[in-house]
Design a protein around this ligand. Structure first.
Ligand code: ADP
Ligand code: MG
Length: 274
């Protein structure tokens, strides 16, 4: 599904990704582990086009997405991302958080709208005024209604349909992260990238978030998860990648990585965290 070839990223003179080569197959659940500062987040951000690689390629669906000419929006909707700090929109309700990207992309597809124009139409569509600035077309209303239906069904799935109209600030960390996960799902992505999804949670909320991720894994979702939850990585991952100083040091089955790591650096890291 994704081929990463000699991916490099530098910030100024500092090279933080030093030639990452790997591939991700459909249905794989890849856990990325490694010390802080080893480049795990930078790698995920490159996969999701939130960061431009300095060199190298990322081939996704036959297209090199490190190539600036690729339509980033087309790419991004196929790749969901879940962050450590949830990154929900604070001034939008839970329901709006889940609906916004699908509606935006739907509107953009509709007329191949320019970014700014599509944004205006979406704002108009979500306007709280009784009478919006511009008339809402039937198709726009339909896109919105479909997004709402899907968002509500996702909320029901995680048992939070009663939170549809509240603002994220009223939710617990575990609830916020589960909303962030279904927000990613709302786009029907082909793969979801998780960057330390449980690191900012109180311990008692880690379980509910891991359970949801586990459900998605069981349903066959392709995923890449940066995590410090070694038990979870061992249970759910089909592959574990150990990163150190911007490189993949070891890439193997969870069984081998956790019971018989080959590289001294992997051994040292695991001896500290297990
Ligand atoms: P990890 O997620 O493994 O902790 P990161 O990918 O966040 O590692 O960071 C890798 C290195 O890149 C770190 O040394 C970090 O300070 C540096 N870095 C990350 N983002 C930036 C940035 N936007 N500008 C400069 N340096 C950065
Ligand atoms: Mg990180």
């Amino acid at each position: 599904m994704i081929d990463v070839i000699d991916l490099r990223k530098s910030y100024g003179k500092v090279e933080v990704l030093k030639g990452i080569t790997t591939s991700i197959k459909q249905g794989e659940k890849i856990a990325i582990i490694g010390p802080s500062g080893s480049g795990k987040s930078t790698f995920l951000r490159c996969l999701n086009c939130m960061e431009d690689p300095t060199s190298g390629s990322i081939i996704f669906n036959g297209q090199d997405i490190a190539d600036m000419r690729v339509d980033i929006n087309v790419h991004r909707r196929q790749m969901g991302m879940v962050f450590q700090h949830f990154n929900l929109f604070h001034n939008k309700t839970v329901l709006e958080n889940i609906m916004l990207a699908p509606v935006y992309l739907g509107i953009q597809d509709l007329r191949k709208q320019k970014t700014a124009n599509a944004m205006l139409r979406v704002r108009n569509l979500f306007s709280k005024n009784k009478k919006p600035l511009h008339p809402i077309t039937t198709t726009e209303a339909k896109i919105k209604a479909e997004a709402k239906e899907r968002a509500m069904s996702l909320l029901r799935r995680i048992g939070l349909e009663d939170k549809a109209h509240v603002y994220p600030s009223t939710l617990s960390g575990g609830q916020k992260q589960r909303i962030a996960i279904i927000r990613a799902l709302a786009m029907n992505p082909k793969v979801i990238l998780f960057d330390e999804p449980t690191s900012a949670l109180d311990p008692e909320m880690v379980g509910e978030v891991l359970d949801l991720i586990k459900q998605l894994a069981d349903e066959g979702m392709t995923m890449v998860i940066v995590t410090h939850e070694m038990g979870f990585a061992r249970e759910v991952a089909t592959r574990v990648i150990f990163m150190n100083e911007g490189q993949i040091v070891e890439d193997d089955t969870p069984e081998r990585i956790f019971t018989n790591p080959q590289h001294p650096r992997t051994k040292e890291f695991l001896s500290k965290v297990l």
